[in-house]
Design a protein around this ligand. Structure first.
Ligand code: NDP
Length: 477
């Protein structure tokens, strides 16, 4: 990271160790994800490996077979009205058509990612694209990334509109119409890429010093071994799978759901428009700030395993889009006051999310030489050590939104997430899954990040938490 300027280099410790893994562990123990697995982490991981695919299936099946009721399938099973086999037999299988659509989709995204260098930064003022540097890895490596996600999103959407509305190559409902067969394709890719990443971590890692082995197969499979697996110089697994195909698809999936509403009911409801607009802003924000994304936890600290590989291919596109799917089955038309209230909440959440992230980014980029809310930012000086023994210095801001709470960006994200759910009315719990999930995800992420920062910065982190005592909500948590 630009502000992490090495000031003092110490000789690496533990070089005499025979085993390279232990060697790295000895000097890097204070930084990055866990080296050892406690029973709680292992139990959570086994639970997720077994049940996350079933949860996704259950949600999507509930919509397709039970009008989005989460309780009716269970009641049917408990009361003996149906057997598991009845539900399974009514589920569409993998089709040749879905396999072709999905293969073309992923291949197209790979082509956009790898072969079309960014041109958006040449004419869009303020947009940062093209070749950018990521953060310093625990082994002291600084990776280069081709930031061209905004361009990929624009090209994909222009082609989508041209193909569906101008040339009528296919119907805009194509995604909804193949939703479950596409789920099987997404699962195949999710498992294939996670398994490949695991094998690659053992046999041909991109950077052996940035690998972590706990010795527990399930933990390593789930949380990943390699930090930044790559194929060739530019195909970075984390950047590709985190951003595309899942997040580029997010807005197309919502558009397809809106088109299905139009086809079924002859109109698109204001709730569907709200979900499309608010989530569209979130997606566009992600790509506009893709260079900033290189500094987030996903890229800076998470290793690439099933959690990211399968999660990006399946969990994200299928569960983040539940509101749009729900509205196909339950076309909610909101009163004007209700719709305006949701729009305000969604925009306010987005504003807090973006401004908080922007404040940290500006602060870090300028090394604190900037103005936050018209004043020079306040901060705490801190230091940490990388795997080769180099000592780095950094700063933790204690003013602006970062003075209100240690993760006010998550609070904004949660307010925006709640808005999407509220757009669906109060008839069913299913569209509220997103806010429940995001609350768990971001709270857990907050604790995980704080644990990591505490190991990384030691007593400096304690000074910081004393200066900013709350995590998400000032005065409450
Ligand atoms: P942050 O952007 O909050 O990054 C946390 C890191 O920032 C810390 O590890 C630390 O890194 C640094 N940091 C912490 N406190 C300070 C401070 N006071 N001053 C300066 N730097 C600080 O977290 P994420 O990467 O998790 O999230 C980025 C955004 O993405 C969030 O807005 C989140 O809501 C969103 N998000 C959305 C998800 C979704 O599924 N929709 C999932 C996850 C995130 P360092 O080691 O460099 O000091």
């Amino acid at each position: 990271m630009a502000t992490h300027v090495p000031k003092e280099k110490k000789p690496a410790e533990g070089r005499k160790h025979q085993n390279m893994k232990n060697d790295i562990k000895a000097s890097q123990g204070q930084w990055g994800r866990a080296w050892e697995v406690d029973w709680f982490s292992l139990a959570s991981i086994l639970f997720l490996l077994m049940f996350a695919p079933l949860i996704v299936y259950y949600f999507i099946m509930s919509c397709a077979q039970y009008q989005c009721s989460l309780t009716d399938p269970l009641l049917d099973l408990l009361m003996g009205n149906k057997h598991l086999s009845d539900i399974w037999n009514s589920t569409p299988t993998l089709t040749y058509r879905a396999a072709v659509i999905y293969t073309l989709w992923v291949t197209f995204q790979v082509v956009l990612y790898l072969f079309i260098p960014d041109f958006c930064h040449k004419f869009l003022p303020g947009y940062v694209g093209g070749v950018q540097e990521g953060a310093v890895t625990p082994a002291g490596v600084v990776n280069k990334y081709e930031i061209n996600g905004l361009q990929a999103w624009i090209i994909t959407h222009v082609l989508w509109f041209a193909s569906t509305s101008c040339f009528h190559f296919f119907s805009p409902t194509i995604i909804f119409d193949n939703w479950i067969p596409l789920l099987w394709c997404a699962n195949i890719l999710g498992y294939a890429v996670s398994t490949f990443a695991m094998i690659k971590g053992y046999f041909f890692p991109t950077n052996a010093k940035d690998c972590k082995f706990t010795g527990n197969f399930f933990y390593d499979y789930m949380m990943g071994i390699e930090f930044n697996p790559r194929i060739g110089k530019w195909f970075d697994f984390k950047l590709f799978f985190n951003g595309r195909p899942g997040i580029v698809a997010w807005t197309l999936i919502n558009l397809s759901f809106a088109a299905k509403q139009q086809e079924l009911y002859g109109q698109v409801t204001n709730s569907m428009i709200l979900v499309n607009v608010l989530q569209g802003i979130y997606v566009l924000d992600f790509f506009w700030n893709e260079a900033w994304y290189l500094k987030t936890i996903d890229i800076c600290h998470d290793h690439f395993g099933w959690y990211l590989g399968w999660g990006d291919c399946v969990w994200l596109p299928y569960l983040y889009t539940l509101q749009g799917l729900y509205l196909v089955y339950h076309p909610v038309q909101l009163s004007t006051a209700h719709a305006i209230g949701i729009l305000i909440l969604g925009l306010l959440g987005y504003y807090i999310f973006r401004m908080t992230n922007h404040q940290k980014d500006l602060f870090r980029r300028t090394n604190g030489n900037c103005r936050i809310w018209g004043k020079k930012p306040e901060y705490i000086e801190c230091s940490y050590t990388s795997v080769d023994g180099t000592k780095y210095y950094s700063k933790l801001m204690t003013s602006g939104f970062w003075g209100w709470a240690r993760h006010f960006n998550y609070t904004g994200d949660l307010a925006g997430s709640l808005a999407y759910c509220l757009a669906c009315g109060f008839e069913h719990i299913l569209p509220y899954f997103y806010i429940i999930y995001m609350t768990i995800l971001l709270t857990h992420r907050c604790l995980r990040d704080e644990h990591r920062c505490s190991s990384k910065y030691g007593k400096d982190w304690k000074r910081y938490t004393a200066a900013v005592p709350y995590r998400l909500l000032p005065g409450i948590f």
